[in-house]
Design a protein around this ligand. Sequence first.
Ligand code: SF4
Length: 89
Amino acid sequence: MDWREKAICLGADPDLFFPIGSSSSSPTLMQIDEAKAVCRRCPVAEHCLEWAIENDPVEGIWGGTTEQERRAMRRRLVHQSQNATARAA
Ligand code: SF4
């Protein structure tokens, strides 16, 4: 079974996970918080987040993170990987 079949957001409004407008505006921040609240209850959030990081760039809220947060996570992962490679050399 694909992890997507267990996604709790299958029954939610898809627009909730794709906020539009400035990421610093109150309505957008409230929408992001609401979407993240759904993700916190999702049994496949870890798979979802991994997928979104691997398929970067992906718009919207995935695995309880925004695109900007995933970009930062991806940068940290690349940095850690480079450090590990340098230590092994
Ligand atoms: S973590 Fe969020 S976006 Fe991902 S499948 Fe679950 S509810 Fe949907």
